[in-house]
Design a protein around this ligand. Sequence first.
Ligand code: SOE
Length: 402
Amino acid sequence: MSTTDGAPPRLRVAMIGYGFMGAAHSQGWRTSPRVFDLPAEPEMAVVVGRNAAAVSDAAAKWGWAESATDWREVIGRNDIDLVDIVTPGDSHAEIAIAALDAGKHVLCEKPLANTVAEAEAMTDAATRAAARGIRAMVGFTYRRVPAVTFLRDLIAQGAVGRIAQVRASYRQDWLVDPEMPLAWRLQKEHAGSGALGDIGAHAIDLAQFVTGMKLEKVSGVVDTIVKQRPLLGAGSGLSGTAAEGYGEVTVDDVAIFTGRFEGGVLGSFEATRFATGRKNALSIEVSGDKGALAFDLEDLNTLSFYDRTAPNQTQGFTRILVTESEHPYVSGWWPAGHMLGYEHGFSHQVKDLVEGIVEGVDPHPTFAEGLQVQRVLAAVEQSSERESAWVRVGAEAMTPST
Ligand code: SOE
């Protein structure tokens, strides 16, 4: 971090990648320091992408001082303190390990990697770097929706009592059209997996975060519903030129699995891109002997709370509006009832990351937490290959990882 007399230290950021997550992260870097009193001032120094003209346009549009096309050169610069990785999963490991070894703090989009082996190597690099005061974090931003953090707090305070069951799902429908082109998210070599790793990872992290329990074993099935999709000239799958034939979808469209948490609690999970009508429906319900709590991203300012300790005649799910200044993160924004949105979690992510870096503590989720999610993903895939047999999370270490 660079400091000048009296002013807060500056944290010069390089973002690698400039797709949808590049736009969302840029909004967080721009807005967070204008809303929260951060202990260091992030500086949007450079955005990196392979296409010089396109990444230059992105820099101008999103407020990055420079654009570049060589991430290795940018990571080597002395005027960069933090690398924010928003590329497809097939480059997370190489970029993150190089950045950490070069002494740069790292924020890496989810899932951490495309394989357990990559996630392990990234976690080892983060451990080495932490010894030198370098911090690393995974971008599971839904933890930072105020209602989700508040849900975690209520469970920790005993609001539902002893947890009996957890239900988590993430349902989208952007692939229901069989003519949707073969984008990088549908190719294993780029994405690692399909709905399972892209959105199932969020459901897994959410369930482990709000309950404070880790999944120990899973039994599941993954499936590909549309097995071939139109290729588009640019190969990126979204260029809009005339279709040049069809290509194989090499990842899952749907993943459904059961999980056993530490302590024996059962969880049921679904991740699908074929839930017609569900646009971005990440939801969780935690049931206990004193009550239940439920969250739905499509109504993200509220929590549903059922209190079994209330008098029988008045029991029912109440709708908590999580917009009071006492609620997590809300004090930086608007008065009660003025609502927050999808993008605010990215500003909260910047806040927590910058605070962790300045305070010298690993911000959560750490790479080790990202590795735990990666191991659950691998266990689900292995279970599906074994007729949905139960697979212990972490057992994939005993068998060659794909
Ligand atoms: C596509 O499924 C996607 O953009 C995911 O990659 C994100 O992680 C999720 O938050 C929204 O949907």
